[in-house]
Design a binder for this molecule. Structure first.
Ligand code: PMP
Length: 430
């Protein structure tokens, strides 16, 4: 009761002080006060298993990242108009880890800024304006990028030069057919832009199609679409804000599909919670933008941000977290698959590495957003934190810090099975 009163007071304050566009998770909002590894603790010290937060990729409050931030903050924090080693150490490591022909980096503070900048670069390089995204894409919050983020809702008007294409769908007919279907959508968008006198600048794709319901496999389905945009004179921008830094069990998401990117946007996990993001790109694209525009981002790439990002990269290597994401991810997918096999209320399990989407269905096999939400809330009451996504909001989204281990997978699966069992039991009695 006391707890309810405290949270109700916080909620009221929040509503009074914060803009109406914010949304909280869960019917009964969660109020963490401390984080450590995969755990978030409420004010009574009760541990909640965080199976959702991809930002804290090396674990909440990793001591080495915290120390790097604190030390740099106590030494120097300034902007990118002075010489400093850390930004170079950080950029070098990131570029070395990215496949050719990505050779240079520009730092920003957020994934949205990175996508906005990548779009500007693509427009400057190609001379085109058109931008192609998937039907339920989310790429960020700036004006240009919100206008290319249909998942923000039907009230957000898409840009005049933005076209959407159906997200890739695995109909079980093989990678070639899936790739061809997706590429046909991209070609139709290019044709429609042309009919309106607009040349394409870029195809911008979240490498894991997170808001489209999580689509990662079969690997290779992206290749024909990338080929299609290139033939039309546009660039391929890989949005790795969610997919990047080991999420899928390999370091970056787009090379899984055997494609090269002209520009790659990075964000979320880069600083383990400290704002660090950026655009990596081909030298010619960067050079061209440099000739036509200057770019200065007051906070982007500052010494503290770069110290955080560098520490994250070091910890990832020291703790072998990409390999862990692959191995533990395989267990996660096996566990979820086993649960899904026991009930017709769970459908396809998609994703790769430590990213999983589980379709929730009604008794007739149709998407069931209400059950998905009730499950998400039910898990929260059992101290396991996940969310839901997808065009019908019926895909359970599981995306834990990369330090998730086998015991955590077991806990998550146990709680999911238990919650689903209890729910279906109660609903049958009704
Ligand atoms: N792209 C993708 C795929 C994202 O998931 C997000 C954040 N949810 C963004 C871009 C925007 O990143 P940020 O919130 O850091 O601006």
């Amino acid at each position: 009761k006391d707890d309810d009163a405290v949270d109700a007071a916080l909620l009221a304050r929040r509503q009074r002080l914060l803009g109406a566009s914010y949304r909280l998770f869960y019917q009964r909002p969660f109020h963490p006060v401390r984080g450590e590894g995969v755990w978030l603790f409420d004010r009574h010290g009760t541990a909640h298993l965080d199976a959702y937060n991809n930002v804290a990729c090396v674990g909440h409050c990793h001591p080495k990242v915290v120390a790097a931030i604190a030390t740099q903050a106590a030494t120097l924090n300034t902007h990118t108009r002075y010489l400093h080693e850390t930004i170079l150490d950080c950029a070098e490591r990131l570029i070395d880890s990215l496949p050719a022909p990505l050779e240079q980096l520009v730092f920003t503070c957020s994934g949205s800024e990175a996508n906005d900048l990548a779009l500007r670069m693509a427009r400057a390089f190609t001379g085109g304006e058109g931008l192609i995204v998937t039907e339920l894409a989310y790429h960020g919050v700036t004006q240009a990028i919100a206008e290319a983020s249909p998942s923000l809702g039907s009230k957000v008007k898409l840009g005049r030069s933005v076209r959407t294409v159906p997200a890739p769908v695995d109909r079980g007919d093989g990678v070639a057919a899936m790739g061809a279907r997706f590429a046909a959508g991209v070609q139709a968008a290019i044709d429609d832009l042309a009919a309106h006198g607009i040349r394409p600048a870029a195809l911008l794709l979240d490498s894991v199609f997170s808001s489209d319901g999580i689509v990662t496999d079969p690997v290779g389905f992206l290749a024909p679409a990338v080929e299609t945009i290139r033939c039309a004179g546009g660039l391929y921008i890989a949005d790795e804000v969610q997919a990047g830094l080991g999420r899928t069990g390999v370091l970056w998401g787009f090379p899984r599909h055997g494609v090269r990117a002209d520009l790659v946007t990075l964000g979320k996990p880069l600083g383990n919670g400290h704002p660090v993001a950026g655009v990596a790109g081909r030298r010619e694209v960067m050079d061209h933008f440099g000739e036509t525009a200057r770019y200065f981002n007051t906070f982007g790439g500052n010494p503290v941000a770069c110290a955080a990002a560098l520490a994250v990269q070091r910890v990832m290597a020291e703790e072998d977290l990409v390999a862990q994401a692959a191995a533990v991810g395989a267990e996660l997918h096996a566990g979820l698959g086993q649960i899904a096999a026991t009930t017709d209320r769970l459908g396809a399990v998609r994703g790769a590495g430590l990213l999983a989407g589980v379709e929730v269905l009604d008794a007739k096999g149709a998407p069931d957003a209400a059950l998905a939400q009730t499950l998400v809330d039910g898990l929260r009451e059992r101290q396991v934190l996940i969310s839901a996504t997808g065009p019908q909001a019926n895909v359970l989204k599981i995306r834990p810090p990369l330090v998730f281990n086998r015991t955590h997978v077991e806990r998550l699966c146990e709680v999911l099975e238990e919650t689903l069992g209890d729910l279906l039991e109660t609903w049958r009695d009704r």
